[in-house]
Design a protein around this ligand. Structure first.
Ligand code: ASP
Length: 358
């Protein structure tokens, strides 16, 4: 009981903190203030497509007006979660093996050293916003499954079916092609007879099995916030939780140092605490680009002893307190890209492939 009383007092005394009601000067005023090292607000995302650009613009609007990094990150993440064409994040995300969309997300506020996360959340398209409220309005860090759902309901988030037609068809195709030994797909006596393929022609290809977004921002006060949000590994086992909602794995923020986020095969990212590793390396003075590359190498070094041919599919992004950023991916023929928005405008930055040709 004693704890409840003290918590209630705490809640009353902190209403308003971290909710965007801070009265901050406009960006132009900050720049004109003549600080020796003026803080340059910036927002970045691992998403490099058109939605990524729109997300950066939305987040930048908040930063430009003097808003805080938490609000900017949430605004940007929501844009990506809303995109029905994106089969890796929020609404339209690919479902689990049962055809149910289960979302994971985490949030960190460097200014208050707070974190919140949700895992296996169904029916709510903005897990980043629910994670933000876990961070700001509970004394916990991670809520999962039915508990996360109850919490989102309590806060009045609108409930909906997140499975779009596109995602359902991709899942159905996966189901039919999964095994010749189950009963999905053509009846047995028709399997050798050439079928009209138009049924499948309408289906989008299964483009990828991983996908997530990281959004990291620094505001006019130099405070740093970050969010990672995803529908996770497509067709995952029911209840599987990836790295995205695990603080230190899919996301980490240290207000004195910077922030880092991960996408790709979450199992490796969890085991390696990759985001925490990157922030620690930046704390030691390593630039963000190098921190991303070192984190990837740290993972392959572990696997090398067990299976030298195994190169998982991670992509990492990082930013330091000075606003320098970087990204790296484990393998592939194309350099990884990320979105960046600052007073210099929008740009797509190219990072490094750690193991080209793999
Ligand atoms: N990291 C996510 C997960 O493992 C998926 C991804 O980023 O592609 O759930």
């Amino acid at each position: 009981m004693k704890k409840e009383i003290s918590r209630r007092k705490f809640v009353v005394s902190t209403v308003g903190a971290g909710t965007g009601v801070l009265i901050l000067p406009q960006l132009s005023a900050i720049q004109a203030s003549g600080r020796a090292n003026p803080i340059r607000p910036i927002i970045i995302s691992s998403h490099s497509n058109e939605t990524g650009r729109l997300a950066m613009e939305a987040g930048w609007e908040v930063l430009r007006a003097g808003g805080n990094a938490v609000d900017a990150v949430e605004k940007a993440a929501n844009v990506i979660e809303d995109d029905p064409e994106d089969t890796s994040v929020g609404y339209g995300g690919l479902p689990n093996e049962n055809g149910v969309v289960q979302l994971d997300a985490s949030f960190m506020d460097g200014r208050t050293y707070s974190a919140g996360a949700v895992a296996c959340l169904e029916n709510f398209r903005h897990p980043s916003s629910v994670a933000k409220l876990v961070m700001q309005r509970t004394d916990h860090v991670l809520l999962v499954g039915a508990g996360a759902l109850d919490f989102a309901r309590a806060w009045g988030f609108p409930e909906e079916n997140l499975l779009t037609d596109k995602a359902r068809k991709i899942w159905l195709r996966w189901k039919e092609e999964l095994s010749p030994d189950d009963d999905w797909g053509l009846p047995e006596h028709l399997q050798k007879i050439k079928q009209n393929e138009s049924y499948y022609q309408d289906f989008p290809d299964i483009e990828h099995h991983y996908g997530t977004t990281n959004v990291l921002a620094i505001d006019v006060n130099g405070d740093i916030a970050g969010c990672t949000t995803t529908s996770g590994l497509s067709f995952k086992l029911n209840g599987r939780v990836g790295d995205s909602p695990i603080i230190g794995a899919g996301l980490y923020v240290d207000n004195e140092v910077g922030a880092a986020g991960a996408t790709g095969r979450g199992e490796d990212v969890i085991k390696s605490c990759a985001s925490y590793f990157m922030v620690l390396r930046m704390k030691e003075g390593i630039p963000p680009q190098k921190a991303c590359e070192e984190a990837l190498r740290m993972i392959t070094d572990k696997y090398r002893k067990v299976n030298p041919d195994f190169y998982p599919s991670e992509k990492f992004v990082a930013i330091n307190k000075a606003g320098e950023y970087g990204c790296a991916t484990m393998k592939g023929e194309r350099n990884p890209r990320m979105s960046v928005m600052s007073e210099k405008g929008f740009l797509r930055h190219e990072g490094i492939v750690a193991y080209p040709g793999k």
